[in-house]
Design a protein around this ligand. Structure first.
Ligand code: NDP
Length: 349
């Protein structure tokens, strides 16, 4: 099988070299498939894998919400695929029955960047695929990014109908879902994204009230004029955009710090200059990690699936094909190549 392993921790940006062993990652084309299943284990043939900005953080040997990926380990990644084998002990069989799982079913789990993944059945979720619902959607709107958008808005920002909500990184996986949930919940939504095409898509297809291009030289002026002052902000990018936004908060504004992609490749990111506004506006700024909502995923699953099935929530994907494109695709996230969720098809099913 083919798989991609971490070989060197990057100091700043990830290296695109996947063949010499001197880059960040190494593509191994004839790695063995471990088919020996211990108690509680199963084997999955991966069809789609996820690329996420958070992966950049998983490469650093620092304290975080999750342990770093170890050197020489397969790169951690969300994936969806088919269940191809199950351990035969009684406990595993009972768990499979409880989850309604059979060999051949579509499942979602942390497969890593590899064609075959041996994982604990406990960590595997059955997914419902249909004409309308591609398995890859479970890496985006119906998976972790969708959950992130949902909880960041409904819990951390606690949005209310009629409020003005700013979403940054708005044309990406999390941001595009956040914009649509905020619209569904009756908010006035201002999306911030890079480039005219993304802004057009957000406005014309996703129905946000306004979309602002942060790369435009008039961005700050447009933000002042369009937003006025906001009640809530769902921030995916951090840095200068967040700092400027701190000057445009209403009293008691809430800011959910979902991500800070502008800082991930920077070994010494610049601090916020405008944070004193938090005092004068009695505002709240709060980081959150989607995994802390795991016990409540089912609530969001039901709502997100109903939004997708009714057509209220539109999904766009940026699809790549071939495991060898994982690293280039991951680098592309930091250049903004994607509109919607970036996924890689690595299987042939
Ligand atoms: P996206 O699909 O949004 O892709 C990343 C996007 O970031 C790019 O398309 C690009 O869009 C934008 N971007 C890249 N560099 C910069 C920059 N310097 N300044 C501003 N924008 C930039 O990724 P996701 O939706 O998967 O993730 C979005 C954010 O959410 C990330 O920060 C991620 O780490 C975070 N996250 C947090 C979670 C949590 O639990 N807290 C869970 C999941 C994700 P553009 O062309 O607009 O610049």
């Amino acid at each position: 099988q083919s798989r991609i392993v971490l070989v060197n921790r990057p100091k700043a940006a990830i290296s695109p070299d996947i063949s010499s062993g001197k880059g960040t990652f190494l593509l191994e084309k004839s790695a063995p498939v471990d088919k020996e299943l211990g108690k509680g284990e199963c084997l999955i043939r991966t069809e789609w894998v996820s690329l996420d900005p958070a992966m950049r953080g998983w490469l650093n040997a620092t304290r975080s919400y999750i342990a770093p990926v170890e050197i020489n380990a397969v790169m951690r990644a969300g994936g969806v695929g088919r269940l191809v084998a199950l351990a035969t002990d009684a406990e595993t069989t009972a768990l499979a029955q409880k989850k309604g799982l059979q060999v051949g079913d579509w499942v979602s789990t942390l497969t890593g960047w590899q064609e075959y993944a041996k994982v604990g059945l406990k960590e595997v979720q059955k997914i419902q695929v249909s004409d309308k619902i591609s398995p890859s959607y479970y890496l985006g709107a119906l998976g972790m990014p969708g959950q992130t958008a949902y909880w960041g808005l409904t819990d951390v920002c606690d949005i209310k109908s009629g409020e003005t909500v700013v979403v940054t990184g708005a044309a990406g996986a999390v941001g595009s879902v956040a914009c649509q949930i905020a619209k569904i919940k009756g908010c006035r939504v201002i999306a911030v994204a890079g480039g005219a095409d993304k802004c057009r898509w957000l406005k014309e297809e996703l129905g946000v009230d306004a979309a602002l291009d942060y790369k435009s030289k008039d961005f700050k002026k447009e933000f002042r004029e369009t937003v006025g002052y906001f009640d809530a902000m769902f921030d995916n990018v951090g840095g200068e955009i967040l700092d400027f936004a701190l000057t445009r908060m209403k009293k008691f504004a809430r800011i959910a710090l979902c991500g800070a992609i502008s800082a991930y490749n920077d070994p010494a990111p610049r601090g916020l200059q405008a944070y004193l506004n938090l005092i004068s506006q009695c505002a709240k700024i709060q980081g959150f990690i989607v995994f802390d909502y795991a016990k409540r995923y089912k609530e969001a699953d039901a709502e997100l699936a109903s939004f997708v099935n009714s057509g209220q929530l539109k999904i766009r994907e940026h699809r790549l094909t071939g495991i060898e494109n994982c690293v280039e695709g991951l680098l592309g996230l930091f250049e903004g190549v994607n509109t919607g969720k970036i996924v890689v098809k690595i299987g042939s099913g």
